[in-house]
Design a protein around this ligand. Sequence first.
Ligand code: BG6
Length: 441
Amino acid sequence: MSDAQWRASLRESTEQNAGGEPFSHEAWNDFEPIIHYQPGDIENTEDFESLRRRLHELEAGEHVPRVYYLATAPRFYTPAVTALGNLNMASEENGPRRIVIEKPFGTDFDTAHLLNKHIHTVFNESQVYRIDHYLGKESVQNILALRFANTIFEPVWNRRYIDHVQITVAEELPVGRRGNYYDSAGVLRDMFQNHLLQLLMVTAMEAPVRFNADAVRNEKVKVLDAIRPLTTSQVTDASVRGQYLGYLEEPGVRPGSNTATFGAIRLEVDNWRWQGVPFYLRSGKAMSCRTTQIVIGFRQPPLELFACDNSQSQREANRLVIQIQPAEGIQLHFHTKVPGDGMRLRLTDLEFSYSREFSGRLPEAYEPLLLDCMTGDASLFARSDEVEKAWGIIDPFVQSWSSDTTPSIPTYPQGNWGPAVSDTWMRTQGRSWFDLCPVLK
Ligand code: BG6
């Protein structure tokens, strides 16, 4: 493409996807001249040489930050970094140089470690931005605000009051056209190593001493350090998996594939705050609805003063439901006396909803993240030790699931909350999933 063709195509897609905001032709006309297009083959050093020359011309000796965003297939991360290194394009003599790496960052601990090592031969860690778009979601960042800008939650945010935590990322869509990639990744690599563990970290971390990249990431990494390592047989008890019916017919999926499209795992965080409080992580494709939620399940009161009605052996405990998407918001579930005779109770809630509280659209997760990268704030990006430790936690599950060919993987009909075995597994632990599709208002 020429610069003009590229600008025209960006204008068109920006107009179409301006997110409900009016498209300003005036603003676009100001912005457009600084967009350029430089074609190249990532595996061809000469093309990097041309890119370097072009950037030099455009920057005209000014100190401007450069962000190299590798929005590419993962197999190109290494050659791209090598080429940038060979041409001295990571040197910060003429302004900051940063590199954004997409997920998947490796496919296990060893490959992630090697990739980190290679990147560090060219870029310092402070120049590396490993992106996980979940951290850019407003409602995920709001967990930090909820926990650390308020005093009322902190006293109950621990093993004394919390029975367990459920983190669910359910997707309604099946794998679709991504069968080829997905079949080798599976739900553990695609969702757990990154998004679900990130949600766990922000839920479980201690308050950082200040809000900057190192302080925040130090606290997050401590959570990963505290997660109890599991042996292969413990992994079997601590997880269930499933595959939706019809997955084997998706294009790109190997015949007879055992890849899990659904998974649920139990992790224990062995520290003073969380000892004995299981964290249940669950995710799947082709589930009942699209919902990402963190449910803080509180303990029962020490004494049951009011009789339950016949249908319940035990009253439902209090819950704090953090609805990450869609219908972003927070609900606190608690019991209230039903007006009238006797002490009949009902679960009611207090609710905060983004759409009621704030007008306008929520920014797409990539918007704040890329802006942070341009301004040099890495708080919401994963550090090298963080990705490696996250793989260290997920690898045993991947190994156990992939070596287990008998019995064959449990299946579930599309549009369900996973295989039946997932509910049974929770019940045997005396708990149940909070399965509710969010109500969009
Ligand atoms: C991606 C996964 O990282 O996250 C996809 O590769 C998944 O499989 C997607 O669908 C979910 O993101 P979101 O923002 O739609 O919840």
